[in-house]
Every structure is written in structure tokens, then in C-alpha cells.
Design a protein around this ligand. Structure first.
Ligand code: NAP
Length: 335
């Protein structure tokens, strides 16, 4: 399954290079023999990047007139930068959508040079799935949050350039693994003995371990791949939250109790968090947008198109991915 020889000796640009997915991707690109240029912000935390091995450029994609440096040298672009929490709809759109127009317009001027662009979208761009069912690439997109709407707008912009640029859009579900801080909150709860159940039992989701996600991105960048397509990439299974909690508890050898939280509590809690956040510059840790996400019965997608067309096989099932992740959190003394 490797198919990564195109990257050996090539030059790649990674936006959001210091982020969770971006930093794992950078590690893998370096291991594949790539020269890597990383786009970060002036304020970015670089703790997951080996700055001595990456050409770093400070660019804020929220600035209307940002310029992408070193484009004349770039063979492959991995657009990982994205805003997953914002205070307003326009905040999401500025980074996840509007910035894509400027980015790809600049790429278009180098259209002959660039061999592959992987645009990271999200399952949120399509929206939730019916319980017991899966969305796939033929499902009409009905995003239910500002984040999802902005990710859909971003991928539509990316695909508009696919006549002249070799763009492939990937739509991951929840990605988990070392360095990740949101899914970690769930694992930390299990570590304390609590499996959280918000609303009814049996809510489902797709997942993918970060190493598989990175492998999928690298494979999707190959010049031999079909362009102008969108793909869901998951670990190939649908998981119930209860099953994920049980598996975490088994790995950590923890006795699990279920903490049931009625959905009716979510709105007042979200309003409280929003009121608190309105005093500062950071978005709320929990808000009414996040609440919409949580209320859905299922966020599950079929990766069959990607598996078939790219001959992709995930290497991490839930047990293996969670074991690696938990082991890393323990090593880092996150709990
Ligand atoms: N993780 C998941 O479960 C998941 C699932 C589906 C899709 N995705 C998509 O995957 C991508 C990466 O997600 P992630 O989990 O790695 O998130 P992350 O850790 O928050 O990384 C996001 C990256 O985007 C950068 N960024 C944000 N605003 C920017 C701006 N104005 N200018 C330049 N860079 C900016 C961040 O820089 P700072 O560090 O400076 O903020 C960071 O490097 C995103 O596009 C996200 O929508 C993620």
C-alpha cells in the first residue's frame, strides 16, 4: 500500500504545519525524503515541530492580502490550516473559506509546477448521517454548523480550481492520536472512571487514527490520482460512543461508570460558556454550535470510494489506535 515514491526529493508546503494533523504530516513528509515548508502564524505554538528541519513561514490566512512564500519551489501542497473554534460565523468563513480563494489563486500562477494539492475538509461539510446509515460522496451536503458550512464553502472553492490545479479534497471524521487535545478530554474523563452519555444512548461516529489520516493524505497527493474529487477517509468502521469509552477503559484498566447528561442542560451550559468567553478574545470551549454537533445521532461516513480508488487500507483499528494514543498521553504525563 505505500505508493509514496513521488515524495522522495520533492518539496512540499504544509499550511497549519504546527497543528495536530499538520505536525504529524510534516514528520511523515520529512521521513519520506521531502523538503518541507511550513506555514504557521506569528502566534503559533511550535512545540510539535522540529523547526531545524522545516522552512517556517509566518502567514496569517485571516489577513485579506496574505502572500504564500516559496511557491515557485513547491511540488505538493497540503492545506491543513483551518479554524475549528471561532466566536462568529464570519470568523469561520474568513479562514476556512475566503482564505482558500487567495491561496489557490496564487497557486494557479504556478499551475504547471504544482503536482498535487490535498485540501483538508471535514465530514462536517456534509453534515450528520441518519442513525444506522452512512453518508458517502453522493450524499447532498447539509452542514448543520457554521464550521461545517465554512468547510463546505472552502472545499467548493478548492474544487472550482480543479480545472487548472491538481486538487483532491479529503473529508475526515474525528481524527484522534498523540498531540490531540479535544478527544483527549473524552479519554481523560474515562481515565477518571466516567463515560459521558449526552442525551440518548447509542450515538455513533466514524473515527480515524492520525497516522492513517496522514498516510491517506500522502497517497492522495500522488500525481497518478484522479483530480477534482472529494473522498471520505475513516478507519472503515462505525463506532458507538459507549464502545469507544469501554475500549479506553479496558486499555487503561479503569472501572467505567456512565455519567448521563440530559440534552436539555446543554443550552444553559453553552450560554454560560459563551457569556464567559465574550469577556475575552478566545472562543468559548463549549458553545451552541458545538451543542448542535453533540445532539446528532450519528456522524458516520463510508470510506469505500477512497479505499477502492486509492487501494487504501487503514493500519489502525480502534483498539490499536486508542492504545497508541493513550500510551502517548501517559508518556507525556497528560494524566
Ligand atoms: N482533528 C480533527 O478531528 C479534524 C476532523 C476533520 C477535519 N479536520 C480539519 O483538519 C485540519 C487540521 O485540523 P487539526 O485537528 O490539526 O486542527 P489544529 O490542531 O487546530 O490545527 C489547525 C491549524 O490551522 C492553523 N490556523 C488556524 N487559523 C489560521 C490562520 N488564520 N492563519 C494561518 N493558520 C491558521 C493553526 O495555527 P495556530 O496553531 O496558530 O492556531 C493550526 O496550525 C483543519 O482544516 C480541520 O478543519 C480536523
Amino acid at each position: 500500500m505505500n505508493g509514496l515514491s513521488h515524495l522522495n526529493g520533492a518539496t512540499a508546503l504544509v499550511t497549519g504545519a504546527n497543528g495536530f494533523i499538520g505536525s504529524h504530516l510534516v514528520d511523515q513528509l520529512l521521513d519520506s525524503g521531502c523538503t518541507v515548508h511550513g506555514l504557521v502564524r506569528q502566534s503559533s505554538d511550535l512545540k510539535w515541530l522540529d523547526a531545524s528541519r522545516v522552512h517556517l513561514h509566518r502567514v496569517d490566512l485571516a489577513q485579506a492580502d496574505f502572500q504564500i512564500p516559496a511557491l515557485e519551489d513547491i511540488d505538493y501542497i497540503f492545506h491543513c490550516a483551518g479554524l475549528t473554534k471561532a466566536k462568529s460565523r464570519s470568523g469561520y468563513f474568513k479562514v476556512n473559506a475566503t482564505a482558500c480563494s487567495n491561496l489557490y489563486e496564487q497557486c494557479q500562477k504556478r499551475a504547471g509546477r504544482i503536482k498535487g494539492i490535498v485540501h483538508l475538509s471535514s465530514l462536517a461539510a456534509t453534515g450528520p448521517s441518519p442513525q444506522g446509515g452512512l453518508v458517502d460522496e453522493t450524499t447532498p451536503c447539509r452542514p448543520v454548523t457554521f464550521y461545517g458550512q465554512s468547510k463546505l464553502a472552502g472545499e467548493e472553492i478548492a474544487l472550482r480550481f480543479s480545472d487548472s490545479l491538481p486538487v483532491t479534497v479529503l473529508r475526515p471524521p474525528v481524527v484522534y492520536g498523540p498531540r490531540e487535545e479535544n478527544f483527549f478530554t473524552f479519554i481523560k474523563g474515562v481515565h477518571k472512571g466516567w463515560g459521558l452519555q449526552i442525551g440518548k444512548a447509542g450515538k455513533e461516529l466514524s473515527l480515524i487514527y492520525v497516522a492513517d489520516m496522514v498516510q491517506a493524505m500522502l497517497m492522495a497527493s500522488a500525481p497518478s490520482q484522479q483530480r477534482g474529487c472529494s473522498y471520505f477517509v475513516t478507519d472503515g468502521r462505525v463506532h458507538a460512543w459507549e464502545q469507544v469509552a469501554k475500549e479506553c477503559a479496558r486499555i487503561m484498566d479503569v472501572r467505567l461508570r456512565t455519567l448521563k447528561i440530559p440534552e436539555g442542560l446543554l443550552t444553559p451550559v453553552a450560554l454560560l460558556f459563551e457569556a464567559w468567553a465574550s469577556c475575552g478574545s478566545r472562543p468559548a470551549l463549549f458553545d451552541r454550535q458545538r451543542m448542535i454537533d453533540i445532539r446528532q445521532s450519528s456522524w458516520s461516513a463510508s470510506p469505500e470510494k477512497f479505499f477502492t480508488e486509492l487501494e487504501f487500507e487503514p493500519q489502525y483499528d480502534l483498539s490499536r489506535g486508542l492504545a497508541e494514543t493513550i500510551h502517548w498521553y501517559q508518556q507525556q504525563k497528560w494524566f
